[in-house]
Design a protein around this ligand. Structure first.
Ligand code: ACM
Ligand code: ZN
Length: 757
């Protein structure tokens, strides 16, 4: 009997036979990324010491991978016809089919890479004990499946910043292993930045002696004032021999490494080693804190000689078609007052420093094109015109991607809103320190790499997407894993699986099962599956708090309201809780019929103020990436997180003045109004300088706001004031000033709950 599932989570019995006893385990088929078509039947292929593999040389890498994988599970494989690799020229490069029946396994592909992906799928049909050589049986029943599979996008990447923190070679290999297991094919290796140069360049020994080390490192978050440092020298670099080893390792896993050598900005470490590369010629230090720095490469010929020499050595090491040349966040301050740079502008007939940036990138592009390579750069390379053959990596939203694709350039999508895995992934306050932001798993899963502004023709230029791991706040390898997993799994599915069939609920079920494989691989993933989502809803004319757990099967939510009995007598949640007073609600997911608590307890403070249940109109839509729970979220009794401006309670507006109108339904006495604005200048977010408040038909009153700290609170008391309607005008900060991240761009406004008492 066959049953077909397009995108299903399947539970089958997998029989594991050991010498003496027979154990029957329940083995879920939980493949990530989900194959495009999978048919499962109730028979099995028996894998044991008699199993033989037959393959041609063109499948050497994938067959070798399979053999050593099986051997690590204690299954010695011989040559024979049980598992066969078959060339099928009709399949596209990365496609495969996998056919498991009772007496054979057939893998079809047109390339070794396609077969490698079939092997990654087959691997996920085997017990997780194969991952860490802890399998004790001598036979495995592999469920019969017919799988036809191919990727949606050609570029499926993960990035890693090794400048802010440097990681061991073993870790880099482990990262590549995971990329390959998830059928991703690109590792973007961010090798140079202000805080450290990490690639050995033989011609320039001071890059190793000086640029690879900083004297000390910022402690805590950048916005904690005053800045404090740890007093410890930090650094290191990868030797060319080590890089060759990593590149060869990646090739055996069909992972292309794109090295990134940043220019013209984020180059302070190189300038620290060779001050003549900067405009002033003065000595600078390898940066000890995070951010954007004004000392960037000068545009004199000596800098280009240096960069060409560096790139020559880079090209020897990395065979990739693309070389990433950075291009982002290059303040033009030094160029404006540099005689060499100003002469360059005149001689080349350039309009300004933005065109000088274009000159810089285009000149490097020409050099790399002459060596048969292509450049890829962050979307700032669009400034002052785009280098003719460049591929754009769009990170500041998607407008760079749209502009590039419309003018016929390839793009890779990495918008901060969906691809920055250095952002917080949970609004639990006890998450490890992160840069800020909020990007939960579901949002990554829901990412569509094709911007909606593109026609289907233009969409062809979108090669794919990538998750970025910037490591300012990740000093340790297990923390990198915590931030990367499971968001990377969601990204793999965004890029590989058919978007028409995607289901977050189904993904989450497979992920819950996949946790065991990640455990076996000793990957320190974040587990937020047992967290509770709470929403304020209106039902039957009442305000209620609705609780939901992501994973429901075999689990219950237990709640305690303040004033109730202690936790152990908490009750099982069955329906939304009526909110008619301020209260604190605690809730957690438990195993069904058990006292075993699975996730963390959430504590929801509900402030039942006079605005709750009112009507609210905002004259502008929040930005679609930061629309929280909509305008209602500003008067739902729940305040936003202190650090995660992307959560459900904050609303983000980009560059716009907004006008909020709250209708309380009837005239009420008003003693105070308060709210908060986020002020994360590193993320281009600025609190307004003033806000205006009016009641009913009265005049607006103006209130000036502080500009100190990452959260700006507003609270004003009123005497003898009553009103039915409240109007609040929030003026956008305006253009981000010179010297700050995002200078020259519009600032964001983020507003929290408006509390009316
Ligand atoms: C970037 O995040 N500066 C590309
Ligand atoms: Zn200069």
């Amino acid at each position: 009997m066959h049953f077909k599932t397009s995108f299903g989570f399947i539970i089958l019995l997998l029989t594991v036979l050991s010498c003496q006893q027979k154990n029957i385990e329940t083995q879920e088929i939980a493949i990530i990324p989900q194959p495009n078509s999978i048919e499962v039947s109730k028979t099995f292929f028996v894998l044991n010491h008699t199993t033989g593999i037959n393959y041609d040389n063109i499948f050497e890498i994938s067959a070798d991978f399979l053999k050593s994988y099986l051997e690590s599970g204690g299954i010695e494989v011989k040559s024979g016809n049980n598992i066969t690799f078959i060339e099928d020229k009709n399949l596209q490069k990365e496609a495969y089919s996998l056919n498991v029946i009772e007496d054979s396994i057939e893998i079809k592909a047109s390339t070794d890479q396609g077969a490698f992906y079939a092997v990654q799928t087959l691997r996920q049909l085997l017990p997780v004990e194969f991952e860490n050589a802890s399998f004790k049986g001598n036979q495995v029943n592999i469920p019969s499946v017919v799988i036809e599979d191919s990727p949606q996008f050609a570029y499926r990447g993960m990035h890693l910043d090794v400048s802010r923190h440097v990681f061991s070679l073993e870790f880099i290999k482990k990262y590549i292993d995971a990329i390959a297991m998830l059928k991703m094919n690109t590792f973007h290796w961010h090798l140079t930045d202000d805080q450290g140069w990490r690639i050995e360049i033989k011609k320039y020994p001071k890059l190793q002696e000086i640029a690879a080390y900083r004297d000390e490192t910022l402690v805590g978050h950048y916005s904690d004032q005053p800045h404090q440092f740890d007093g410890k020298k930090y650094g290191g670099f990868y030797s060319q021999e080590e890089i060759k080893d990593i590149v060869a390792y990646a090739q055996e896993h069909f992972v292309t490494i794109i090295p990134e050598i940043e220019m013209p900005g984020h180059s302070q470490a190189a300038i620290a080693a060779y001050p003549e590369l900067g405009c002033t010629g003065e000595k600078v230090e390898v940066a000890k804190k995070w951010g954007v720095f004004e000392d960037i490469y000068c545009t004199n010929d000596e800098t280009f000689d240096f960069l060409e020499d560096v790139l020559d050595e880079v090209l020897e090491l990395f065979p990739s078609k693309y070389i990433h040349i950075g291009g982002d966040e290059a303040p033009k301050t030094r160029w404006k007052s540099c005689a060499n740079c100003q002469t360059r502008i005149k001689e080349e007939g350039l309009k300004d420093e933005h065109e000088l940036q274009n000159y810089f990138i285009t000149r490097i592009e020409k050099y790399l094109n002459s060596k048969g390579r292509q450049i890829i750069g962050w979307d700032e390379i669009l400034e002052g015109g785009l280098a003719p053959n460049a591929t754009v990596m769009s990170w500041r939203g998607t407008s760079g991607a749209v502009e590039a694709a419309k003018s016929g350039h390839n793009v890779v999508m990495t918008p901060t809103s969906h691809c920055y895995f250095d952002y917080y992934q949970s609004d639990n306050e006890d998450e490890p320190l992160a840069i800020g932001g909020f990007l939960h798993l579901e949002k990554v899963y829901g990412f569509n790499p094709i911007p909606e502004e593109l026609t289907s023709e233009e969409a062809q230029y979108v090669l794919g997407a990538q998750g970025n791991i910037w490591t300012e706040y990740m000093p340790a390898e297990d923390q990198v894993e915590y931030m990367a997993f499971p968001r990377m799994l969601a990204m793999s599915e965004v890029l590989w699986s058919d978007s028409e069939q995607k289901s977050y609920g189904d993904f989450v079920k497979r992920l819950e099962s996949f946790h065991k494989r990640l455990d076996a691989l000793d990957i320190n993933y974040a587990n937020h599956l047992y967290e509770i989502e709470s929403n304020i809803i209106e039902e039957d004319g009442e305000i209620k708090l609705e609780l939901n757990s992501l994973v429901k099967e075999g689990k219950v939510i237990r709640v305690t309201l303040n004033g109730d009995k202690p936790n152990y007598e908490s009750r099982v949640y069955t329906k939304p809780i009526v909110i008619d007073t301020s209260r604190t609600i605690k809730a957690a997911v438990f195993k069904f019929n058990s006292n075993e608590k699975l996730g963390k307890t959430i504590i929801q403070n509900i402030n039942y103020h006079k605005g709750v249940g009112g009507k609210i109109i905002i004259n502008k839509q929040p930005h679609k990436a930061y629309s929280g729970s909509g305008s209602k979220g500003l008067i739902n009794g729940i305040s936003g997180s202190n650090s995660r401006f992307g959560d459900k309670e904050w609303l983000g507006f980009w560059g716009e003045d907004i006008m909020v109108e709250i209708d309380l339904g009837e005239e009420k006495e008003i003693k105070s109004i308060e709210t908060r604005f986020y002020n994360g200048n590193g993320q281009w977010i600025y609190a307004p300088k003033e806000i205006l408040v009016a009641f009913d038909n009265e005049q607006y009153q103006s209130f000036k706001l502080d500009d100190d700290g990452s959260l700006i609170s507003f609270k004003s008391h009123f005497l003898d004031q009553s009103a039915k309607k409240i109007y609040i005008k929030v003026q956008n900060y305006g253009t981000i000033p010179e010297g700050k991240q995002g200078a020259g761009h519009k600032a964001w406004t983020f507003i929290d709950e408006i509390i009316i008492n």
